[in-house]
Ligand binder design. Structure first.
Ligand SMILES: NC(=O)c1ccc[n+]([C@@H]2O[C@H](COP(=O)([O-])OP(=O)(O)OC[C@H]3O[C@@H](n4cnc5c(N)ncnc54)[C@H](OP(=O)(O)O)[C@@H]3O)[C@@H](O)[C@H]2O)c1
Length: 250
């Protein structure tokens, strides 16, 4: 039986790589994102027999429900949801941060994620499906300038664990995937398009690449149904822990 997966943020980075991985593995894929031309490029590359795309801003609840209502019959039986769409905006300390950027991160990484999950829970329960939430190590380990982004990802991780409790006995699996340094469009978005800043961050690091996380998602989604990966931290070898900072009066 062909299984169906909905992947948010399918236009770039982890999500785009996951779209290709699950299509290659024989799944039916629903890919979402705002950039319609990127979604069209996926259809051009993979065809539309097992790929359905829906262009909408995930913060727009009405648009989200319209996209779900418009799913073709063969894409309605969703077996897995990858809540991947998300972003970090800014690196400034809290006291200099832009409140609009904080709100956009909360609206995207938290509010939209719970809204879509809530909408799909009945289907996922009916099909004993899986929820794969893309969190971040930023949700566990604070760093300067991580403030609201880290807070949103801490929410994603804890929400995932809470879902596991609530879904006890339903057969639905829930995983929080927590990547570290990964080279995608993430830093370009975070720095409002500063390619130099993005290049500098990743230079010489051999970071995680999108295909690494796509492969992780594939592994988690295809485990035998009696196994649940609760949390999965994935870092490049080049990244580790830095300890605490201590301020001294001059
Ligand atoms: N790269 C890292 O270092 C890293 C590490 C840990 C966790 N993560 C997490 O991994 C996830 C994927 O990020 P990535 O690294 O692959 O970055 P990316 O290349 O920038 O991809 C982000 C995706 O999210 C989508 N998205 C953002 N805002 C959206 C909105 N309002 N409506 C619909 N879609 C939206 C984007 O699509 P459109 O722009 O087309 O809408 C894009 O497809 C995020 O949740 C991120 O927080 C990344």
């Amino acid at each position: 039986m062909t299984r169906t997966i909905l992947i948010t943020g399918g236009t770039s980075g982890f999500g785009a790589a996951a779209v290709s991985r699950f299509l290659a593995g024989g799944w039916r894929v629903i890919a979402t994102g705002r950039r319609a031309e990127r979604l069209q490029a996926l259809v051009d590359a993979h065809g539309s027999e097992r790929l359905h795309t829906a262009a909408f801003d995930i913060r727009d609840e009405a648009a989200m429900h319209a996209a779900l209502d418009a799913l073709p019959a063969e894409f309605r039986g969703i077996d897995a949801l990858v809540n991947n769409a998300g972003l970090a905006l800014g690196t400034a300390p809290a006291q200099r941060a832009d409140l609009a950027q904080w709100r956009q991160m909360i609206d995207t990484n938290v509010t939209a994620l719970v809204t879509l999950t809530h909408a799909l829970l009945p289907t996922l329960i009916e099909r004993r499906g899986a929820i794969l939430n893309v969190s971040s190590i930023a949700g566990s380990y604070p760093y300067p300038g991580g403030n609201t982004y880290g807070g949103t990802k801490a929410f994603v991780t804890q929400f995932s664990l809470g879902l596991r409790s609530d879904l006890h006995g339903t057969g639905v699996r829930v995983t929080s995937i927590e990547p570290g340094l990964a080279e995608t469009e993430f830093t370009l978005v975070r720095t409002s398009g500063d390619q130099g800043a993005s290049d500098t961050l990743y230079a010489g690091t051999q970071p995680i690449v999108a295909d690494d996380i796509a492969e992780t998602l594939w592994w988690v989604a295809n485990l035998p149904p009696h196994l649940n990966i609760n949390r999965l931290e994935v870092m490049p070898v080049s990244q580790s822990f830095g300890g605490f900072q201590i301020h001294r009066d001059a």
